[in-house]
Design a protein around this ligand. Structure first.
Ligand code: PXP
Length: 237
């Protein structure tokens, strides 16, 4: 059974649309842990569009499970990570204009920089995971740069619009898992997973961890809305 890491970025997205103090992703992390999740994931983006530096500091203080910081392999982020000491850093590619992380890292092309960044983080006692597309050459390269883990990008499987396309993308994930499983790499997966598409990924025995964010926060809005409205009615009447 895979562990579940819950990405709480979009709690902060809702807060940032108004520039107020709520909903606080730090409070959300407490609820997520009480509900039994195995870890908290957040992405400190260069543009600080959702998670803020203050969130990361407080999350490090309060989280009792595992903190997985997603970040770009830049000097600024490496410094922040070495100061904050998350349990795991997941290195992701980052483009300012993207809505969300669109593709995996090109580990082959960036191997020199990645190897240096990985070594610095590992020396600081942080495990490093690389977010990669389900491609065998990227997985081999991830072992080459001595990452501790890979997270396989499930976005294309999740975006499939026909069953045949979903099968084709799932096959790529299975092949990638096969490649990683006889290497010195822990295996996680994530991106785009929701209440409909997660089952086939959760069934893959070698995947040790799933990192899921948007669909869980989106569902929380709907499953919590009835109570939230009732509470406001009781307040105003
Ligand atoms: N894993 C990685 C590496 C990501 O960048 C993201 C998105 O921040 C996720 C998992 C979670 O994706 P989603 O929000 O679509 O569940």
């Amino acid at each position: 059974m895979p562990r579940l890491g819950v990405n709480i970025d979009h709690v902060a997205t809702i807060r940032q649309t108004r520039g107020v103090k709520y909903p606080d992703p730090v409070a959300a992390a407490g609820i997520v842990e009480l509900a039994g999740a195995d870890g908290i994931v957040c992405h400190l983006r260069e543009d600080r569009r959702h998670i803020q530096d203050r969130d990361l500091r407080l999350l490090r203080e309060v989280i009792q499970t595992q903190l997985n910081l997603e970040m770009a392999a830049t000097e600024e982020m490496v410094r922040i990570a070495l100061m904050t000491k998350p349990d795991v850093v997941t290195l992701v590619p980052e483009r300012r204009e993207e809505l969300t992380t669109e593709g995996g890292l090109d580990v082959i092309r960036s191997s020199r920089n990645l190897k240096k960044v990985i070594q610095r983080l590992q020396k600081g006692g942080i495990r490093v995971s690389l977010f990669v597309d389900p491609k065998k050459d990227q997985i081999r390269a991830s072992e080459g740069v001595e990452a501790n883990a890979i997270e396989i990008h499930t976005g294309r499987y999740c975006d499939a619009t026909t069953p045949a396309q979903a099968d084709e993308e799932l096959k790529k994930i299975l092949d990638a898992v096969g490649e990683a499983s006889h290497r010195n790499l822990s295996i996680a997966a994530g991106h785009g997973l929701n209440y409909v598409n997660v089952r086939r990924i959760a069934e893959i025995r070698e995947i040790e961890e799933l990192n899921i964010g948007h669909s869980i926060i989106a569902r929380a809005v709907l499953v919590g809305l009835d109570l939230a409205v009732r509470e406001m009615i009781s307040l105003i009447r």
